[in-house]
Design a binder for this molecule. Sequence first.
Ligand SMILES: [Fe+2]
Length: 389
Amino acid sequence: MALPIQDSGLQHCKFEVPEIIFGRGMLSHVGSCARRLGGHKVFLVSDQGLFKAGWVDRVMVSLLEAGLQFVFFDQITSNPKDFEVEEGAKEYLRQGADVIVGLGGGSAMDAAKGIAILVSNGGRIYDFEGANKIIRPLPPMVLCPTTCGTGADVSQFAIINDSRRRCKMTIMSRCVAADISLTDPDALETLPDEYVCTTATDAMSHAVEAFFSVAATTLTDVHAIRAVRLLSQSFVRGVKERRRDDLENLSRASLHAGMAFSNSLLGIVHALAHPIGGYYDANHGSVNAVLLPEVMKYDLPVVQEKLPELAWGLGVKCEGSESATSESVLEAIDSLLDASGAPRSLRSLGVAREDLPELATRALNDACILTSPRQATKRDLLSILERAY
Ligand SMILES: [Fe+2]
């Protein structure tokens, strides 16, 4: 089946990505990357799970072989908190570090970004919420994803939890992009099935939302559809059979989806997922798995011209009417989520029904809503949440 490419035009286009290194065994090159960026003392941000799995050791050896000193900082949790990045920044300054390496999922990499913002700009992390609030350049940064969904290694965003307001702050700036994104797909081999599933769902959400975004361009569409294609082929096998080639495809899909959404932004799935994640400290990919099908049902009527490409990505034949193709696309997404064992209801994630109106209100103020293909009202958002409940 040929790819039915839509040319959405390059007349007004900006596409930014870090230097990208991808391949099995590449974690042994982190040291040379950090040294190439001028570092002498590395601030290594990761977590105990990766330490126990041996990946932190692999990076430490690489740093030592490159003749670098390092400090290991692991005081971070999932959905990294304001006070954690502030503590990390104090430690960075106390130790006199001069380059940051983030190793992990979105939490480790977003924490690394938050620390980088504070050590170069001072102030509190809340000062940088929103777009382009960062004045001074950040220290050199190498980000190494060990899951298959976050995209934080290539994105121009940092998501930090405001523990006072119980919400996720979105910090958007070209400055928070890493200097080097280094992906070693081997790291997925120790990631539990549940996290392969939820992070791959995050990647699918990034790809679909980037593709539907009003800021999408030809360049972002190419990466978004490549990600959808790789996910449709390897999502279920990657979770269930854990074959190396499928896990590598999931890593590659995450990278493509990250490049797409960093440049075209996202939509309602993430606008709703951010307040839910902040309110309940819920797993980001699990929330997306529940929301994605409902948001796609809402969006599809206004993105029909992009349907053939999306259908191709999902391996769905475009036969019959547009509404029949839309149904097939939704069925393909549903069957991927069902077969991989992803959560399918907000209730199962511990969301309280009485909180839905407040979550809808908060989503209206999330930056991701700005690039949704449909201008959602609070009633629309509430209706999506009710159906996902
Ligand atoms: Fe995400």
